[in-house]
Design a protein around this ligand. Sequence first.
Ligand SMILES: Cc1cc2nc3c(=O)[nH]c(=O)nc-3n(C[C@H](O)[C@H](O)[C@H](O)COP(=O)(O)O)c2cc1C
Length: 204
Amino acid sequence: MNVVTIVGSPRPGSQSRRISDYLQRRLTVLLPGVVQGLVDLADRSVPVWDGDFRKHPGDDRSSTWNSVSARLSEACALICVVPEHHGIAPPALKNFLLLCRYELGHKPGLLVGVSATDGGSYPLAELRSSATKNNRICWIPEQVVVRPAKQMLITDDRSDEQAPDHRLKLRIDYALQLLGVYAECLRAVRTSGVADYKSFQYGM
Ligand SMILES: Cc1cc2nc3c(=O)[nH]c(=O)nc-3n(C[C@H](O)[C@H](O)[C@H](O)COP(=O)(O)O)c2cc1C
C-alpha cells in the first residue's frame, strides 16, 4: 500500500510538517510494508495556478508539478494535514487541490486539522464542502484535529495514559487503520471501469 501525505502549510518548519512526520511514523508501525510519499507545500514544488485552464503545469515537461503528480498517482490513499490560518485552509493547499486532475480520484483521504489554540475544525469543514468537485478525492468520515498543536505528539511514547495527548494518539491510530481499509476497498471503484473522466470531466 502506498500512502501520500500532503503537508498543507506553506511555512517552513511548520507544526503541520512535524505532525505529518509523526503520522508517517505511526503508519509504518500500523501498516507493515506501507510505502510512503510526502508533498510539503513549504518546499515550493507546487506551482501557482495562474487561472489559465488551457495551460496546466502538467502539460509542461519541465514543471515541478510532474514529480508531485507522479507521487500522487502512485498512492492509493492520502493524508491531508491542514493548518488553520486565519480561520481557513491555506490558499497554498487550495492551489494544490485545484491543480490535481485525477491523480487522487476515488482515493480515500484522511483530513488532519492543526491549530495553535482550540480551532482547527473550520478548515476541515471547508475542505469537505468545496475541495473535491473535480479532483474526486473521497474524504473519509473520520477526521483528526491536533490542538494545541505545539503541545501534542511531542514523543511517540503511548504508555502514559494520563498524558494530555494519549486519547489523541489512540484516535490517530484508529483513523490511520480505517484509512488503510478504505484504501483496500476503494481500489475496487477505480478498477471497476465506471469512472468516466471523459464524459464527466468536471463534477456538478
Ligand atoms: C498566518 C497565520 C494565521 C493563523 N491563524 C490561525 C487561526 O485562525 N486559528 C488558529 O487556531 N490558529 C491560527 N494560526 C496558528 C496556527 O494554527 C499554528 O501556526 C499551527 O502551528 C498550525 O500552522 P503551521 O502548520 O503553519 O505551523 C495561524 C498561523 C498563521 C501563520
